[in-house]
Ligand binder design. Structure first.
Ligand code: SF4
Ligand code: SF4
Length: 475
């Protein structure tokens, strides 16, 4: 029997709080429950299928019973998933256990436990098989497998059933399972206090605490609460919003599964160059910065990387001097707004990561963003966002600032370019209003209906992770 007094450790939360002490601590309400709703629908349909006679008619009846009232986008996603499951498991495979025990391990004092989720099990001729339905990209982690096999019945196997591609992946017990479990307990025991300072990073973009952690200033009155429905946008989402609402809504509100995004040669080069520039701006000498990246950079990309870094040095040595205060640090802000779809307030937070920020002089703040692409591609509202984010952050720290200069360094042209735009206080107020109005759109989308947000077809569709699904839902 399990010790009922033991406390369950939420591994997701531990992972987040290792990255930032406040992540997930004072949350606001997520933008939409769509992900969870789709998951529940799928599980109910699969259980019904495995209890049926396994005929095509039975499958069609299940789709009709569960999905006839769903919106077309949800219907498309869940029926694709359901078909993926049907290609792998069939009622004749064995007897269904729709509520299998979750394997779990407790710590040495029986006060905490870790558990491994299992969705259903089948008892067939060859024994018992247990399954996890995996709708995203991440399957069972090594730690998850270690927990599972530490408590599973002998002879039982675990499989990840990847519903989007209809793959069945056998999950093996990792050789160092005990060490992984011990490390997880130790990590949870040494989590930082939620009162420690926040540590912004890439984890902020999916953090439920962005409106309440204190890192991102509020630009409006009103206090966010746990019931405040919140959409968190990145600065690229803000640009995308000016082109196609559906793309942002599907990503940030409805969590529509993305199609595979392959990383092109250009973007791999861009990442390495940004790493080297960051090291340089953080204080490394150019030789050190380049040397550190050389080992990990594919040889066929090195000449391009070296060229772009040299272009950075040229523009850096030649432009208005900036005293760098922070490198690749997230800045942003949030605003309280009426939520047309909620019973209370709503909020939108916008976060971005410039290559560097600092000061041109005592009262002129600076933000620097480097571009390595071939085209001097405009990112609508990006410049305004960086200016306002820097301004609000500095003011929230009690320091005065008269102007903010945003520098865009275009490194690809033979003659590298520094585009520098200076915002006065009046410009900043105006830009803040413009961004707030654009961000407000994110609360206007019906959180229960992904088919509702408008779409706009354009050149930008070629980089959209929803292109094929979007085509199926155009009217
Ligand atoms: S938004 Fe970022 S800084 Fe704030 S709590 Fe979350 S992870 Fe930490
Ligand atoms: S494919 Fe184009 S129209 Fe469709 S969501 Fe993406 S960007 Fe919008």
């Amino acid at each position: 029997m399990y010790d009922e007094g033991a406390r369950r450790i939420d591994l997701w939360e531990v992972g987040r709080r290792v990255g930032c002490a406040r992540c997930g601590v004072r949350r606001t309400k997520e933008a939409s429950p769509a992900r969870l709703e789709r998951w529940k629908l799928l599980v109910d349909m699969v259980v019904q299928w495995l209890r049926s006679d396994g005929t095509t008619e039975a499958a069609n009846d299940i789709v009709s019973d569960f999905l006839s009232v769903a919106d077309p986008v949800t219907r498309g996603i869940v029926s694709d998933w359901f078909n993926g499951v049907r290609r792998i498991v069939h009622p004749e495979d064995g007897e269904l256990d729709a509520d299998p025990l979750k394997p779990r391990v407790t710590d040495a004092t029986d006060s905490r436990y870790l558990s491994a989720p299992v969705t259903f099990a089948m008892d067939g001729e060859s024994g018992r098989e247990e399954f996890r339905l995996v709708t995203g990209r991440k399957g069972t982690s090594e730690l998850g497998a270690a927990i599972y096999y530490a408590d599973a019945e002998p002879g039982v196997s675990l499989y990840d059933l990847r519903v989007s591609d209809g793959d069945l992946v056998a999950i093996e017990a990792p050789p160092d399972g005990e060490d992984l479990i011990a490390a997880a307990f130790a990590e949870e025991a040494s989590l930082p206090s939620p009162d420690d300072a926040p540590t912004p990073g890439l984890h902020c973009y999916s953090c439920p605490s962005a409106m309440r952690c204190g890192e991102y200033p509020k630009i409006s009155d009103g206090e966010p609460r746990s019931t405040t429905r919140t959409v968190t946008l990145s600065r690229s989402n803000l640009s995308e919003l000016t082109r196609c609402e559906r793309r942002v809504a599907w990503h940030k509100v409805h969590g529509v599964p993305k199609e595979d995004e392959s990383v092109g040669f250009g973007s791999a080069v861009g990442s390495v160059v940004h790493e080297i520039i960051a090291a340089h701006l953080a204080g490394s000498s150019p030789t050190e910065a380049l040397g550190a990246a050389r080992a990990s950079c594919p040889p066929d990309q090195w000449s391009e990387v070296a060229y772009l870094f040299e272009q950075h040095r040229r523009v850096w040595d030649d432009h208005v001097p900036v005293k760098v205060a922070a490198v690749e640090r997230e800045i942003g802000f949030g605003g309280m707004m009426d939520d047309p779809h909620g019973r209370g307030d709503g909020a939108v937070a916008v976060i971005g990561r410039p290559d560097a920020n600092g000061w041109e002089d005592d009262t002129t703040a600076a933000v620097i963003e480097c571009r390595t692409g071939n085209v001097v591609e405009p990112y609508p509202l990006e410049t305004e966002f960086y200016a306002v984010a820097a301004w609000e952050k500095i003011r929230s720290m009690g320091r005065s600032v008269d102007r903010v200069a945003v520098h865009h360094h275009h490194l690809r042209p033979e003659e590298p370019i520094c585009e520098r735009r200076v915002f006065t206080t009046e410009d900043l107020r105006h830009a803040r209003t413009t961004i707030a109005e654009a961000a407000r759109i994110a609360l206007s989308w019906d959180p229960d209906d992904p088919s509702q947000p408008d779409y706009t077809v354009g050149d930008w569709c070629v980089t959209c992770p929803f292109e094929n699904r979007c085509k199926n839902h155009r009217t």
